[in-house]
Design a protein around this ligand. Structure first.
Ligand code: ZN
Ligand code: ZN
Length: 643
């Protein structure tokens, strides 16, 4: 029998017999590993350990020590949920039940479920775990599979679409339960340490609101009860910090049904924060040699046809008919910037050319998917496009990475970095892709950043580096990206004159520091729990006069601190209530003034961490605020010594 070679994570090749499975390969590495194998990741996809390998496959062995193990465990928990549901409600029909970042869900139908019933299902799940049923994979031929699902149009739909070409279908069985499923799964239900059903919501079949409404049950699973407890605590905290809740309480933003779904309205408090963010990004961009540009909100669809967006993106675009001509609200800023570049002739000495714009874009997401600021129809990207010579790519990417990481640093967010490589559907030659991926890899290696590989996750026009934000609760959110693009310069026929006096095509780099302001704002609200650093806080100082007699002095202080956002609490409340209110509003500093302070010309300062100092000079306080603001310090620290 001939051999095939698979590629292990460290780049080495492992030679195995043709037809060898993931587990066979693991045994070839070592018998211990072979025994411990739970599943495999083949070419980026999590698969059953019995999956046969192909020549040249990228292989990662998954054991119960791997990050992917939790995904496998949770998918098995989804099956346990489905089994429990069918024990208690035999009429329930199953559709899909994947794992997610923090658990699993299962979309079901033909059953009425209320939140209160989850507990009974959960008890049944625990029984199934107790029964420690073997989870076994079986291959079933197409006819038989279609028969099994004679009265389940959703599973039949899967058989006729995703699985259309398969003669044999993979099923997983445990006890009396079976499910059409690609896997992988743990060995037995007893391996699942702890489960919890979380909530019920509505979902559409295939996420399309034209389709049937299904019932989605969310749950999670962990290896141990203590891991589950920690997760549930974090989830409570996350609920408290939910940006939709804080957005309303702190008057940051609103989404109003009358003005439209997914179209955020920023109140003054929110806009003040956005303005600070924009000023900060603008300064970073100017310092890095970017030039500001501006483009309108809509363009003729001619432009979108030229850029390829019309072909690939039209379902997500808002189109308008103007005097019998078709226009589209812009889903991206790049074609506008490419057109601006094209207005001038450029020499090799002029490059790199770097444009930036806080560009508002519009993308028509499914209404059911819209949520707070995380999924919206209109959002602003702090968008930058660079037009560079091929020999400038590495330096430019290095500079961009430095800028992005300094942003993470300023906000105290951890970065998770990944290189996303060529997807199946892509444009451009093998050579160009090879070269581009090698260049990005070289930059990342030189920078010493830890990064992962997202195989096949690049844009269709080029590879990219993805940055994810990790917030104070350890959650991950999509962040900025850096993308290399050889396609758009070609479509727009962009050129510069080379040293050889010939026309050459520049390479385009797309990048953002935040990504979208909406997403970033959401992350910041939850990351800081609404307690924004002084430089961002919409109201930075609140003056609390002890009685109305100090109103004049309060106004004088407001004037003296006039560089900052200072309000006076003028309601005739007790001081205690005034302090509580400022605390709830998360104002970084309270300035408390009574008769003594007015007489001495001093102030008492209290911060939102409940630290206090008396007899403070106004100048000392003002000087401190200036440096705290300029240095963008993460916490109010005038009273750091007063703890
Ligand atoms: Zn499954
Ligand atoms: Zn772009």
């Amino acid at each position: 029998m001939s051999d095939i070679a698979v590629i292990l994570p460290d780049g080495t090749e492992l030679s195995v017999e043709e037809g060898a499975t993931v587990r066979d390969a693991a045994f070839a590495i070592g018998p211990g590993l072979g025994k411990d194998t739970v599943a495999g990741v083949v070419d980026g996809e999590l698969v059953d350990k019995k999956t046969p390998l192909h020549d040249g496959a990228d292989l990662v062995i998954v054991t119960d020590q791997s990050d992917e193990y939790l995904d496998v465990l949770r998918h098995s928990a989804a099956h346990v949920f489905a089994q429990a549901l069918q024990r208690l409600h035999p009429e329930a029909k199953l559709t899909i039940g994947p794992w997610t970042d923090d658990g699993f869900y299962y979309d079901v139908t033909s059953v009425d479920l209320e939140q209160e019933e989850l507990e009974a299902i959960e008890d049944e799940m625990r029984d199934i775990i107790e029964e420690d049923l073997d989870i076994e994979r079986a291959l079933v031929d197409r006819e038989e599979a279609l028969e099994k699902y004679a009265d389940n149009p959703y599973k039949r739909d899967i058989l006729e679409t995703e699985a259309a070409g398969d003669d044999e279908l993979s099923f997983y069985q445990q006890g009396e339960f079976e499910d059409l499923c690609k896997g992988p799964h743990v060995e037995s239900t007893g391996e699942i340490g702890a489960v919890k059903l979380l909530n019920i919501s509505a979902a559409y079949w295939r996420g399309d609101e034209e389709n049937d409404t299904l019932t989605r049950v969310y749950g999670t699973a962990f290896e141990s009860e203590s891991d589950l407890e920690a997760f549930l605590d974090m989830r409570e905290e996350a609920k408290e910090r939910d940006h939709r809740k804080l957005g309303q309480e702190l008057n940051l933003f609103a989404i109003d049904e009358t003005t439209g779904p997914g179209l955020p309205l920023y109140q003054p408090n929110g806009k003040r924060i956005l303005d600070e963010l924009a000023d900060y990004a603008k300064q970073l961009n100017l310092d890095a040699g970017y030039d500001p540009v501006e483009t309108p909100h809509l363009f003729r669809t001619e432009l979108w046809k030229k850029s390829g967006h019309y072909e690939n993106y039209v379902d997500d675009m808002f189109l308008l008919d103007v005097n019998d001509e078709e226009y589209g609200l812009k889903p991206m800023n790049c074609p506008g910037h490419a057109t601006i570049f094209d207005q001038q002739s450029w020499s090799y000495r002029d490059l790199p050319v770097r444009y930036f714009e806080d560009g508002k874009v519009y993308r028509k997401e499914q209404r059911g998917e819209l949520s707070g600021l995380s999924r919206v129809w209109s959002f602003t990207i702090d968008d930058g496009h660079l037009f560079v010579r091929p020999d400038q790519i590495e330096d430019e990417i290095n500079l961009i990475i430095d800028n992005i990481l300094s942003v993470f640093d300023t906000f105290g967010l951890d970065a998770e970095v990944a290189l996303a490589t060529r997807p199946e559907k892509s444009v451009g030659s093998d050579e160009i892709w090879e070269q581009a991926e090698t260049q990005l890899r070289a930059v990342l290696d030189d920078s010493g950043i830890d990064y992962g590989i997202e195989a096949g996750d690049g844009a269709f026009y080029g590879p990219k580096i993805d940055f994810a934000f990790k917030d104070a609760l350890g959650r991950k959110w999509d962040g900025p990206t850096v993308q290399l693009d050889f396609n758009m310069p070609d479509r727009f026929d962009l050129t510069y004159t080379g040293e050889d006096n010939e026309d050459h095509q520049p390479v385009m780099i797309h990048r953002a520091l935040y990504g979208s302001y909406e997403r970033f704002f959401m992350v910041l609200i939850e990351h800081f729990n609404g307690k924004f650093p002084f430089w961002l806080a919409p109201e930075q100082v609140r003056i609390l006069p002890i009685s109305d007699d100090q109103m004049g002095y309060a106004k004088q202080l407001q004037y003296e601190l006039g560089d900052f956002r200072v309000d006076i609490e003028d309601r005739s409340w007790t001081l205690g209530r005034k302090i509580r209110e400022a605390q709830t509003d998360r104002v970084p500093y309270m300035v408390i003034v009574g008769g003594d302070e007015e007489e001495d010309g001093t102030i008492s300062v209290r911060d939102r961490k409940e630290r206090e100092a008396k007899d403070v000079s106004v100048e000392a306080f003002r000087d401190h605020l200036r440096s705290e603001y300029d240095e963008k310090r993460p916490e109010p620290d005038f009273l750091a010594d007063a703890e």
